[in-house]
Design a protein around this ligand. Structure first.
Ligand SMILES: C[S@@+](CC[C@H](N)C(=O)[O-])C[C@H]1O[C@@H](n2cnc3c(N)ncnc32)[C@H](O)[C@@H]1O
Length: 310
């Protein structure tokens, strides 16, 4: 267990990224502006703090560089293991490796892009599902993430899987908002799990998802969302704002990164608003477009790229 204070962890990871913070460190949850910026600079949320858009990526990068090593353990503690059930359900609902409508009976193998794939939780599940349930050994997953430290954890975990060093698994460091290295209409399934709320320009990422998917391809996102029951919401918020930063401090020696993570959950659009953004990118929405999990603590959103763009 690390006793390194959170500000030191952030300072250290920022140094590793050869970035000199433009302002002295201050608490993530403060709502005053960090420093005076030109009036016309666009602002965005970093948790409850307003920051210039140009700073958000670096700040999010510092958070994930700091939490990477403890990320998987913290996920289990913060969600009491429930994230595993959600992730299993998410993958089952997509049924990777099954026969796609455009495929003939002997054609197999999906090209999956797992955005913000971090430590590989979704990618490994999808490959396991394709192999063990659909007996498909062709499906491949590219784990794409902006953060080198998170990808390094994913690579380390992949050593214990049958996919290590095979053409079924690939790691790419990239910003989901701009992926010129991925050709148009080349992907069967685009997934993003607990990642998109950290992006600076979420609409740009959704537009990129639309561009890289094949016609008929599926966009699937699981993200923390809005709880519909006031009693559950009260308990959940209390857990988020009291327990999680404390667990972050005790287990990972980093209270402020976990304070940011819970604040970013609050800032994420409602199920209906996010569905509108998916639609705006050009996707067709199946049914109501989202499925609430555990009363809306998380939600799965889906969109389909039309065969002929409307
Ligand atoms: C909470 S983790 C989720 C990891 C994984 N999908 C999971 O469910 O366990 C969020 C991930 O989003 C990544 N991320 C943040 N901003 C990004 C961006 N603009 N483009 C790609 N990845 C990004 C972070 O580096 C981090 O690995």
């Amino acid at each position: 267990m690390s006793s390194r204070p959170a500000w030191r962890a952030l300072h250290y990871s920022a140094k590793r990224r050869a970035f000199q913070p433009p302002t002295p460190y201050r608490c993530f949850s403060c709502t005053t502006r960090a420093q005076s910026k030109p009036e016309d600079e666009r602002m965005t949320h970093f948790g409850f703090t307003n920051v210039p858009e140009s700073e958000k990526e670096t700040r999010v990068g510092a958070v994930f560089s700091s939490v990477a090593a403890s990320y998987d353990r913290m996920n289990d503690l913060m969600s009491l293991g429930i994230h595993r059930l959600w992730k299993d359900h998410f993958v089952r609902s997509l049924n990777p490796g099954s026969c796609l409508p455009a495929m003939t009976a002997d054609q197999r193998g999906w090209n999956i892009l797992d955005i913000a794939g971090g430590t590989g939780d979704i990618a490994f599940r999808m490959l396991d599902h394709a192999s063990n349930i659909n007996h498909d050994m062709e499906t491949r997953v590219t784990i794409s993430d902006i953060n080198a430290a998170m990808l390094a954890e994913g690579r380390k975990r992949s050593l214990d899987t049958p996919y290590y060093n095979t053409n079924r698994l690939d790691f790419v460091e990239a910003n989901a908002e701009h992926m010129p290295h991925i050709p148009d209409a080349s992907v069967d399934l685009y997934t993003v799990v607990f990642g998109i709320r950290n992006f600076t320009d979420k609409q740009a990422a959704l537009n990129e998802a639309f561009r890289v998917l094949k016609p008929g391809g599926v966009f699937a996102c699981m993200e923390f969302s809005k709880v519909d029951n006031p009693v559950l919401d009260g308990i959940y918020k209390r857990w988020n704002f009291s327990a999680i930063p404390l667990i972050g401090q005790v287990v990972a020696g980093d209270r402020d990164s976990y304070q940011y993570l819970v604040e970013s959950i609050e800032r994420f659009p409602s199920q209906e608003e996010f569905r509108g953004m998916i639609q705006k990118a050009g996707f067709m929405i199946p049914g109501q477009g989202f499925e609430n999990l555990t009363g809306g603590i998380a939600a799965i959103h889906k969109g389909i790229k039309p065969i002929v763009k409307a």
